[in-house]
Ligand binder design. Structure first.
Ligand code: ZN
Length: 331
């Protein structure tokens, strides 16, 4: 069953028979669909048997992210489609990943407090989850670039909490990463020697709300990241998501900047632009990584579509599913 609408994706409650219909839409494509039930072909993918896959982009399936940090902009999409923001715990998340052959996940912090008024997913919380699942979770912090203490907090994340990098969501956080005032933050992270994840492309947070809740899509343009990458050549940058509607710009940057990579999160592979997939199989085969955007997209749905709807070579699949991430994150 497919319906195409604008939105984010949610799970329906478990059915009386126990099997849960999975309703998913990716957060950037404005595609909403239900898969019931998921038919899996992913066991044929390289690395699944060894649990070697790495998901480079996941959020918390808990209230800390979906309700507290997500707030009204997350609720907009749920309301739009008459769905609930169901939560579940890390045991369930771990089991779900384990079933798919994914041994590691990059779990992202979130702090867009100044721009959205919503509380952050605290960095200490991310570190605690990482400590509970040290083999499974790679913890990434988040600092709000609009806060005066963002640089100190970035240092604390790495030196005290042992977090492995940072994620920035420029649309939610409401900032232009190429602006001079953030340069000291990028220099500091460059000196700390950890990678950053920047959001790439559109976002459906605030979908259909008047004014999109004030969020501005322009901050997701990867050309703003090109400037950061040029000025900070030692800063390792992963642009999250195929950066719709700027995929071409993103591919050009990843080709030209040795320190810029990208992932395929936020999109079901069936809907990823053909040119992105061609580059992932050829020129950028060492630079493109697998990611889901969990819990908005679950790993089984993503991998099943990757298996069935893309035709990358075996070598490229290995690189995308785990080898490139192992190199990038130093695993
Ligand atoms: Zn995300």
């Amino acid at each position: 069953m497919y319906t195409y609408q604008i939105g984010a994706l949610w799970r329906s409650p478990p059915s009386p028979g126990g099997s849960r219909e999975v309703c998913r839409a990716d957060t950037t494509t404005a595609v909403f669909f239900c898969v019931c039930p998921v038919v899996s072909g992913m066991s044929a993918l390289p690395g699944v048997e060894e649990n070697r896959l790495v998901d480079t982009h996941a959020h918390q399936p808990t209230s800390e992210f979906l309700h507290d940090a997500g707030g009204e902009m997350m609720q907009d999409a749920a309301d739009r489609f008459g769905t609930d923001l169901e939560t579940w715990d890390y045991e369930e998340m771990y089991a779900e990943y384990d079933d798919c052959g994914i041994g590691r996940v990059v779990l992202l912090g979130w702090d867009a407090e100044t721009n959205t008024g919503n509380p952050p997913v605290p960095n200490d919380y991310v570190a605690r989850v990482r400590d509970e699942y040290p083999e499974f979770v790679i913890g990434f912090g988040s600092v709000d670039p609009l806060k005066d203490d963002c640089v100190q907090e970035a240092v604390r994340c790495v030196e005290e909490l042992g977090l492995s990098g940072f994620q920035f969501q420029q649309i939610a956080q409401g900032f232009d990463p190429s602006a001079d005032r953030y340069d000291y933050l990028w220099s500091t992270i460059e000196d700390l020697g950890v990678p950053v994840v920047f959001h790439g492309g559109n976002s459906t947070l605030g979908a259909c709300a008047a004014g999109g809740r004030g969020l501005e899509i322009k901050y997701g343009n990867p050309m703003l990241i090109d400037e950061v990458a040029a000025r900070h050549p030692e800063l390792q940058i992963l642009i999250a998501h195929p950066a719709f509607p700027w995929e071409k710009e993103q591919l050009a940057i990843c080709q030209q900047k040795g320190n810029v990579y990208m992932d395929l999160s936020g999109w079901i592979p069936k809907y990823i632009d053909d040119q992105v997939l061609r580059y992932a199989d050829t020129l950028l085969q060492d630079k493109v990584m697998f990611g889901t955007d969990y819990p908005m997209i679950d790993p089984e749905t993503w991998l099943d579509s990757f298996e069935r709807h893309t035709d990358l070579s075996e070598e490229s699949r290995r690189k995308v599913l785990y080898e490139n991430a192992e190199a990038f994150f130093g695993l």
